[in-house]
Ligand binder design. Structure first.
Ligand SMILES: [Zn+2]
Length: 352
């Protein structure tokens, strides 16, 4: 059983990382939308375990512990702070179990995860100290439970991302750090997307890039600049929604697809984004283009599902266990080319 480290894997070629657990677990009925707390690792561990297995089957090389939003502040919001450490450890143990039981020869990497705290305030030192403590305790649990790498993600304040990286690096584990700027195309503390990434590289990020908030169309132009400016490995994990220049993130994405029943709140985010999903071919195209630019760390964030992760893997030339079930339209009863399909069925296709 080989256990190659992250850098060696990236030096050789693509590394796939499935994210987007929040949306997918919610879609499966095990999380309250909006509140978005990953209680699933305690309430329904078998569901989380199975989702990790499905992503692994679809080609994810990294099993990322589902501790997104599983931080002290969020647990305070829902009045369950006492479950913070059990939740983190349960999520890490589940990820470790799946990562060490690969389908093929190669063991997966288990990743500990920290993310946007939502209390970071650039003008309030106390909030920053609070965030530092939150990150440090979570990184501690991840190291304790045998994480191979750490992922810090979805940061929209540059300085919060720097803080996350500093604390991840104290563990000496390889660190992936990805940012998620909002619709003004700048970090909330005024640092440009490119400058934030350059600084993260300077501060020792092993992999630097972008995840979440943006679909392929509004993420790729920045990834192109980042790839040009940085020497380290770069990450690109868009959401699976058709964001546009006018609406660069999924937070204010209008439904332009014939909606006849509006959401009870102001935005299509997060419960009525379905009509704006990308097709698998759009995700495939994004992955291929990003990989051709030299971006080797690829995946999908919110809106991801195992089928899309397989598309990412296959787009960059990999064959994964789920490739066995890639589309075979030739055998479709009406649109296929199989010679057993009766002519009168095929001929009706344009009227179907
Ligand atoms: Zn996301």
């Amino acid at each position: 059983m080989s256990k190659e480290n992250l850098k060696d894997r990236l030096d050789k070629g693509p590394v796939i990382c499935a994210e987007g657990f929040l949306f997918e677990i919610e879609r499966r009925g095990y999380m309250a939308s909006g509140e978005f707390v990953p209680m699933v690792s305690l309430d329904h561990p078998e569901v989380l375990e199975n989702l990790h297995k499905e992503f692994q089957h679809a080609g994810s090389d990294i099993v990322q512990a589902f501790t997104y939003n599983g931080h002290r502040e969020k647990m305070r919001v829902i009045g369950k702070e006492e479950l913070l450490e059990p939740l983190n450890r349960a999520a890490l143990k589940i990820a470790k179990k799946i990562a060490t039981n690969p389908i093929g020869e190669k063991e997966n990497l288990m990743a500990g995860n920290i993310s946007n705290s939502n209390i970071w305030n650039q003008d309030d030192k106390n909030s920053q100290l609070e965030v530092e403590k939150m990150f440090r305790e979570m990184v501690g649990w991840a190291v304790d439970e045998g994480a191979d790498i750490l992922i810090g993600e979805t940061f929209y304040y540059a300085k919060e991302a720097y803080m996350a990286l500093k604390i991840m690096k104290e563990s000496r584990l390889p660190s992936v750090i990805t940012i998620a700027p909002y619709g003004q195309n700048i970090m909330r503390d005024g640092v440009s997307i490119l400058d934030t990434c350059k600084e993260l590289e300077q501060q020792g990020g092993d992999v630097v890039g972008m995840n979440c908030h943006r679909g392929p169309n509004t993420m790729l132009p920045y990834l192109r600049e980042i790839r040009k400016a940085l020497k380290c490995h770069v990450a690109g994990l868009p959401i699976n929604y058709r964001t546009t220049e006018g609406h660069p993130t999924f937070f204010n994405l209008p439904d332009n697809n014939g909606c006849s029943c509006h959401t009870p709140h102001e935005t299509t985010f997060p419960t009525a984004l379905d009509p704006m999903q990308c097709s698998r071919y759009e995700i495939r195209q994004f992955s291929k283009e990003a990989y051709d630019l030299g971006i080797n760390y690829l995946g999908v964030c919110c809106g991801a599902n195992p089928m899309l992760i397989r598309e990412v893997a296959e787009a960059v030339g990999l064959t994964v266990p789920a490739s066995k079930y890639r589309e075979k339209m030739d055998n479709h009863y009406m649109f296929g080319k199989n010679k057993r399909i009766p002519k009168h069925i095929k001929d009706y296709r344009n009227k179907a």
